[in-house]
Design a protein around this ligand. Sequence first.
Ligand code: HEM
Ligand code: CA
Length: 776
Amino acid sequence: AHIPAKRMTISHIGHPRSFDVVDYHRHGFTPAPHAVKTYRDICSHDAECLLPVQCPAHVHDDSLMKCKTLLGRVGICCSSGQNHTGFQLLLNEKGRGHQLVHVDFQVLGDVTRRSRIELSELHLREMRILTNSRAALVPLGTASYGHFRNSRLHNVHDLIDVMNVANRAIEIALATRAFKDRKGITNQQLEYGMICQDLRPTPLGAACPSPPMCPPVAPHFRKIDGSCNNINNPSWGAPLTPYSRLLPPLYHDGIWTPRISEDQGQPLSSPRLISTTLFSDEDIPNSEYTLMLMQYGQFLSHDITQSLDTSFANGSAISCCSEDGSEEIPHEFRHFACFPIIIPRKDPFFGTYKQGCMNFVRSVLAPRSDCTLGYAQQMNKVSHYIDGSAIYGSSADQTRALRSFDNGKLKVFDDFGRQLLPLSEDPEACLTTEQGSACFTAGDTRTNQMVSLTVLHTLFMREHNRIANELAQINPHWGDERIFLEARKIVTAELQVITYNEYLPTLLDSYSYDYDQRVEPSVINEFASAVFRFGHSMVDGILKIYGKRKLEAAIDIPEIMFHPARLRKQEFYDQMLTTMTTDSIQDVDNAMSDALTKYMFRAGNPFGVDLAAINIQRGRDHGLRPYNDYRELVGQERIKSFEEFGPELSARLRSVYASVDDVDLWVGGLLEPKYGDSVLGLTFRDIIAEQFSRLKKGDKYFFEHDPTINPGYFIPEQLVELRKVALSRIICDNRDGILLVRQAPNAFRKPGLPGNEYVDCTSPALPHMNLLYWQD
Ligand code: HEM
Ligand SMILES: [Ca+2]
């Protein structure tokens, strides 16, 4: 018996932050004196009036006091802590009535034994499935393999590390289930995190990773794996740790079983049915933004998040569908992480290929960071910070494999004088093994997923080496290590400048500043598994390639997924950069390219997989609550009837959702009307703002933080230089120069828009960063 979403009200206990305050100063508006009362007048002395999403999202029966923010939006009075779970709530009188669960050691001993037996049974079953059935594995060369390829690991050591953590997390989830059965714990108690017992001194404690060892003095350079950033919580933001959450998950069993309908507990509709009913391919180019807004968004998302599909212990891909794809494998014969997407028989596309099942495997889990029993948490495979991990890797091993150890530079593949990323030696790196295929290596395992993504990886690899070369000239006494670390630090700052000064202002108009040690920087599960996937709607299924005067090719993007060999054609790199900074993105709406919903990763096959359906299923896999709960979290009214979505959509929505409280977050967020002149609706916009606020506030090494905070701070003269950085300058500096000679100053906005006219790459309108300020 989980809490029906409709009965919930959301209120918040927060610590002071200054979201709208910043906005207000930046834009220089003065609120009309009668329009709003400032928070000081309304909230008590230690509280501040903030947008709800900026406060730790706490769901309980009472509501904190409503107030108005400086920009006139409805806020709440917040006063403490960021986490939505437990303890603070209990101390707060609002928590009355939610029982803290006492854990007695004898019960815990029994529960531990039971979970270990169950875990070994699961492993045995896995072995049986693997050895007995050909259908257990996803065949190489299929689209489903391409999907799995998206969460491939670097190497076998990487696999062992992930498996270790994942198995411990499963053990804790199993123990939680046993404990719940034994003690009659409610789903609500699980959601609130009311089982507060730290497991570390108990036999289950071994399942929690020990905290990282940090040097006594904070190092000047951030660690590759992001650990030791926060003094009190050194594992915050490190790879293989769980996502944070805005709201507690909604699982059917309170632990890991996906949610069902709010309407009489029927199963939710198939994500594929939702996809065909609500999403179609329409060509609606945006008049303001270039494809770079899409491509940089994906590149950035790969720096901060990667969830992994569960695999067999040997790393091979689990199949949940029969070999011919006509049906799901029955529960008893399939892996416990199977959660296949059922394709309705009448499916207008997959039906013609007699496909009844699309493979989907649930994400790998990580133990909770406070080492308690409770709901399952998904693992982020990469460092949560914006720290260039897609360029450099998220572990010391990965970085070592990418470095040349020559004057601080990264390894390159010299392709007749053009510097490309090193070729991959992994025989499965590409989706195809046809002659002439070539895949590349970088810090992230999704580098080859889209050729335009591979181009961005190449661009930043070149930028690193360009800076390393300059630094070596300016400081001839520096060795390889010093040059590498300084260049990485500068490139990371460049990513932060581009992200916060160029990219985010196209999506948001406000976010907050200052370091705050209490802020957990971790990527928010709702952000990774739904909200930031808004970018999928921006993707154009066709990449146009221009020659000197005319259109040379129109590439169907499924042809270049995990197949970036075109990069070896001499002109292609410059051409792709030109296309990305010239052509339009598609509008953010419920149109999705067929390239993503029918043909994704098809690799020569007649059909691919459906990313819209996968996004919806992933949200359910990760226990995301329905869209309405997040509307409320950003201070909007809950939707009460489908009619509120407008006449056109309401009938379609009603045909796939039994209740308005069932609508998936990714779906509802994309259907929402745009907020002001933003490309996004308010719900997505606010959650994105909150995420990037945390990534800055919770990162001690953020480039702009001052010497009292950032052990590797930049001096003011260097900051002035860094703030000149623009993506268009980086493109000009690292082009082949074969076809690309000009850029508009803002690479995300369409060239030719007022103030964004083309200029020559050598123009002072694209200022250079002067590295002489790094002379030492
Ligand atoms: C260029 C075409 C793109 C393709 C083919 C693509 C494909 C994919 C695939 C296959 C996944 C994994 C889905 C799953 O199993 O749950 C994924 C995840 C994701 N995508 Fe995309 N994507 C593209 C562009 C973008 C863009 C433009 C953005 C954002 C602006 C974006 C943001 C994300 C995010 C945040 C995730 C979740 C990552 C994680 O936490 O694992 N993607 N995408
Ligand atoms: Ca990162």
